[in-house]
Design a binder for this molecule. Structure first.
Ligand SMILES: NC(=O)c1ccc[n+]([C@@H]2O[C@H](COP(=O)([O-])OP(=O)(O)OC[C@H]3O[C@@H](n4cnc5c(N)ncnc54)[C@H](OP(=O)(O)O)[C@@H]3O)[C@@H](O)[C@H]2O)c1
Length: 340
């Protein structure tokens, strides 16, 4: 039987990707779309997602969001694409009322009973959700999600430190997002609290469950986030210091062979290989590679290893792997584990 679900913030950049990904999902059925005000439906002219709209877009009305309206919809789980300021109290209320919450907002990411989940990276983190209660599960910041997948693949080498610079697309700021006059022909060298979020969330995601809590990974993380004039996909340049000496080929082999935690295998949204490594030094590129594996594959290029340091470029689809697709995959894991 399908789980009835609602999308919160359905009209935005991430919300629209949820709508597309859930349209024909065998495990979930959309029973409600919510946003700040009602609409007869999302107009086709407002469709900004990198994935196609569902064929019945015009048959799906959008309601004004409230806890009562979500409960009345019959949803047993929600996919939240709300601004953090709105998500904060509302997501807790829903979880307390027995509705599982899969959120992209930052409001609860650092809460002790909320995992920042990526099934391939840290499936056991789901266990910090208190048993017998509806789970509240977060996604990371979109840049951190791609970085975490790559770090998980290199984990056998013993990660000491990672320094990362991100080149983030405009869709990362939502819809309508950054004013065109600010970003056209420009690079914005700073994005809100993004640098700090990448640091804290990466350490939490790569951390381990001890008792009923997550203990951060001890590696040093430093991040610089910039906004660039691309539509979808965040490119990142990472310098990763590891304990083991070795050559480039062995690092590439780890990335290519990575399958992630076995709990992720077989989930509908899990790609067979979460990482694709390009040999062509001109790849990955946001324009060409952002939809690899339906947007769930993290692509990597120009890997070089000298002594203890590996440097590489990576590309993550911020709205699929880094947002809606990641949340759907988390819900698939929670369902497989009997948490919804
Ligand atoms: N974009 C990304 O790449 C990305 C990646 C990871 C995480 N995130 C996070 O995901 C969340 C959504 O991001 P987004 O890029 O999709 O933002 P967005 O395009 O600005 O969409 C925000 C959505 O929230 C709704 N909303 C705003 N205020 C509301 C209120 N008071 N009550 C009910 N609904 C309200 C909006 O509805 P209206 O149309 O009615 O205003 C819209 O549907 C954010 O927390 C963001 O930080 C985004």
């Amino acid at each position: 039987m399908k789980t009835p679900v609602a999308i919160l913030g359905a009209t935005g950049a991430v919300g629209q990707h949820f709508l597309s990904l859930l349209a024909d999902h065998p495990e979930f059925e959309i029973v409600g779309l919510f946003a700040s005000r009602p609409r007869a439906h999302i107009p086709a002219t407002s469709w900004v997602a990198s994935l196609p709209p569902p064929p019945d877009l015009e048959g799906r009305p959008v309601e004004t969001l409230s806890v009562g309206a979500v409960l009345a919809s019959g949803a047993k789980a929600v996919f939240s694409a709300l601004p953090a300021s709105v998500a904060g109290p509302l997501e807790r209320e829903l979880a307390d009322a027995g509705v599982a919450v899969f959120t992209n907002a930052s409001a609860h990411r650092m809460d002790a009973d909320v995992p920042i989940l990526i099934p391939e990276v840290n499936a056991p983190h789901l266990d910090v959700c208190p048993p017998g209660r509806a789970p509240l599960v977060a996604n990371s910041n979109c840049s951190a999600s791609g970085l975490a997948v790559v770090l998980a693949a290199l984990r056998p080498l013993g990660i000491r430190a990672v320094h990362v610079a991100t080149y983030q697309s405009v869709s990362g700021a939502g819809y309508p997002g950054v004013p065109a006059i600010d970003i056209m022909g420009n690079v914005l060298p700073h994005i809100g609290k993004e640098d700090d979020k990448i640091v804290a969330e990466t350490k939490k995601m790569l951390g381990s469950v001890q008792g009923a809590r997550i203990v951060d990974h001890s590696m040093e993380v430093a991040a610089v986030a910039c906004r660039v004039h691309t539509a979808f996909g965040h490119l990142e340049a990472a310098f990763i210091e590891v304990e083991q000496l070795g050559d480039t080929a062995s690092a590439v082999a780890l990335l290519r062979e990575f399958r992630g935690h076995e709990a992720a295998w077989g989930l509908r949204s899990s790609p067979a290989r979460p990482i694709h490594v390009f040999d062509d030094p001109a790849r990955p590129q946001p324009k060409r590679d952002v939809l690899l594996g339906g947007g769930m594959v993290v692509s990597v290029g120009t890997v070089r290893r000298a002594g203890n340091t590996i440097n590489l470029r990576l590309l993550v689809n911020n709205v699929v792997r880094g947002a809606a697709g990641g949340s759907v995959q988390n819900a698939e894991l929670a369902r497989a584990r009997g948490r919804i």
